[in-house]
Design a protein around this ligand. Structure first.
Ligand SMILES: *Cc1c(COP(=O)(O)O)cnc(C)c1O
Length: 377
């Protein structure tokens, strides 16, 4: 028998309370018993997002929320600034191009955060820029961008600030309103501890004004219609009833812990994971602003990162993530996101030690685990 442990940056483990709630018999999405459920989910999301604005629930994976954030607010040939520091920054670029926008790429070396001054300069250089697209956590490199500081820069410009916080929500304190984030995209299968299938999109008044003049074609993701319907606790199409029931359970769990405690737990787990890597003599791929959602650990000299991923999974039952594109073979990524506690990390670090030993890398068994325990007891 091989017991499985899921420590990937999405999907993440689902708490038993949510699993049980989602196992209840189906209810109808237009029947009165669904109304308080959607109402409470909408309120819960506002609490998590720290916003007074609408947080719309869409039934799609996170990328659908990213697409909706482009097609509802822009026009063909609109200039937008895209911060690209990894796989997901690249995704903003591809979506913008797919819908005929004119993206200006602000490239950031993998492993680094964008310099807020570079964003300010780009905006100063071109007053026609209509939007600034970024990730809160660039999951492929495990690096955070400084949303608070960049939010202050974009605020004084006509452009709207569009943040992909899909992997960052719950792991990080993201103050949507205070930081002037116009659109923030979330997803169900990361910090929110749910199965894949929901995206969340918050929309500011500044962004709704841009929606008024947007003419890009869209049908399924019509946020104006969703706003109207969801204010009546309905969704435009059939609601993802099961996932919204689960969402309420997960928000209840987070509320019970308290938002600050949730963030502190993620900070603690991330610190312990990084300390374990250092204790094992392994480098961190994030050279600055490491995320509290996921840690990217460099494979030691002469060991293929993909092999580490494979042995962790196949021999020890620990599913993490490998590296993507430029980082493929160089790193493996351990998430400490959502339904994660100290023994998840200790288990993962222990499995990493045994994997490295198995692959012939010099490693002192227990050294990483001890570093974790020092920070987690
Ligand atoms: C997971 C993730 C996404 C969404 O991916 P989907 O597979 O569409 O859910 C988008 N951005 C970031 C930063 C992510 O981590």
């Amino acid at each position: 028998m091989l017991k499985r442990y899921l420590l990937a940056p999405g999907p993440t483990p689902v708490p038993p309370e949510a699993l049980l709630a989602m196992a209840m018999p189906m209810i109808h999405h237009r029947a009165p018993d669904f109304i308080p459920i959607l109402d409470s989910a909408r309120e819960g999301l506002k609490w998590l997002y720290q916003t007074k604005n609408d947080v719309l629930i869409l039934s799609c994976s996170g990328t659908g929320g990213m697409v909706a954030s482009v097609t509802n607010f822009f026009n063909k040939d609109d200039k937008v600034l895209v911060i690209n520091g990894g796989k997901f920054g690249e995704r903003w670029l591809k979506i913008a191009k797919a819908y005929g926008l004119n993206p200006i790429e602000l490239k950031v070396n993998w492993g680094y955060s964008v310099k807020p001054d570079d964003v300010a300069d780009a905006l100063k250089k071109d007053s026609a820029i209509k939007g600034v697209f970024i990730q809160a956590t660039e999951t492929s490199t495990a690096v955070n961008h400084d949303i608070e500081v960049i939010g202050k820069i974009v605020k004084n410009h006509d452009a709207i600030f569009v943040v992909d916080a899909i992997s960052s929500l719950v792991a990080h304190d993201l103050k949507t309103d205070d930081w002037s984030v116009d659109i923030m995209v979330g997803g169900s299968q990361k910090g929110l501890m749910l199965p894949p299938g929901l995206a969340f999109v918050s929309v500011s008044e500044k962004a709704w004004k841009m929606a008024e003049i947007s003419k890009l074609p869209h049908y399924y993701f019509n946020l104006k219609v969703e706003r109207q319907k969801q204010s009546e606790n309905q969704t435009n199409f059939t609601s993802p009833v099961t996932l919204i029931i689960g969402l309420n359970e997960c928000i209840k769990i987070l509320e019970k812990e308290g938002l600050q405690n949730v963030f502190d737990r993620h900070t603690r787990l991330a610190n312990a994971t990084r300390a374990a890597a250092r204790a094992l003599g392994l480098g961190l791929y994030a050279k600055e602003n490491p995320s509290n959602a996921v840690t990217a650990i460099e494979a030691p000299e002469g060991v293929d990162g993909q092999k580490i991923y494979k042995v962790l999974r196949e021999t020890y039952g620990v599913t993490c993530a490998g590296g993507q594109d430029a980082a493929k073979g160089k790193i493996f990524r351990i998430a400490h996101l959502g339904y994660a506690d100290r023994f998840d990390i200790i288990t993962a670090v222990s499995a990493i030690e045994m994997t490295l030993r198995k692959l012939g890398a010099p490693v002192e068994l227990g050294k990483g685990v001890a570093a974790c325990e020092e920070l987690l007891f």
